[in-house]
Design a protein around this ligand. Structure first.
Ligand SMILES: [Zn+2]
Length: 210
């Protein structure tokens, strides 16, 4: 299971729409954190370096594959400390911070979190300075049993059913983004599957749910 730790450096520009003097209204596909010049950048979790180089927009950057569809990217470095194919462990220094990204006004880390190739807000999944599980590998999610639910809190999701928690107390539908975000801190496992899989998972608690 990919465990990621988010830097505790201060957030300077969040994920989402923003207006830049240089580029107008653009979507920021990551979160920026204030770093001093050439401060070491630690990788968020164990993985393999899949990209390390220079990009027109990103500047000097690294991308790391953590498995289970989870990747992270690190932009705007002054110097890279790894190369493609390197295996890295959580906390390893992979680069030194800089301002090589296009439009950068100072040294910073631009961190991207990608789930199955989709960019997402790192702060929706991670808390600064803390290590969190992001998701289980696919193989481990294929079958869950009633016994799992007696020991874990599992969040299930599908396109048409929405998002719900399964736990020792039964089934609970999550109705708002706020409830989903709050559940990040308590879940042991997140399953994202088809509607049929959702129904199968839900059926594990039917008959004894509250
Ligand atoms: Zn950025």
């Amino acid at each position: 299971m990919p465990f990621l730790r988010l830097t505790s450096q201060p957030l300077t520009s969040p994920y989402g729409w923003r207006v830049l003097p240089s580029a107008g209204r653009t979507f920021h596909k990551g979160a920026d954190f204030g770093f001093s010049y050439r401060m070491p950048i630690s990788v968020c979790g164990d993985g393999v370096v899949t990209e390390a180089g220079v990009h027109r927009e990103y500047g000097k950057y690294v991308r790391v594959d953590h498995g289970a569809g989870v990747t992270t990217s690190y932009h705007s470095a002054d110097e890279l400390c790894v190369k493609v194919g390197d295996r890295v462990r959580l906390g390893d220094t992979i680069a030194l911070a800089g301002r090589s990204a296009m439009g950068a006004t100072g040294p910073h880390l631009h961190l991207g979190l990608w789930l199955d190739g989709q960019h997402t807000d790192p702060l929706q999944y991670l808390t600064p300075g803390e290590t969190r599980p992001i998701r289980e590998p696919e193989a481990a999610t294929a079958s869950i049993t009633k016994a799992d639910i007696m020991n874990k809190i599992i969040r299930i999701q599908s396109t048409n059913r929405g998002i719900a928690l399964l736990g020792p107390w039964g089934y609970r539908h999550l109705k708002t983004d706020r409830e989903v975000a709050a559940s990040n801190a308590i879940i042991d496992l997140h399953l994202n599957g088809s509607d049929a899989e959702f129904d199968a998972w839900k059926s594990l608690v039917s008959g004894w749910q509250k």
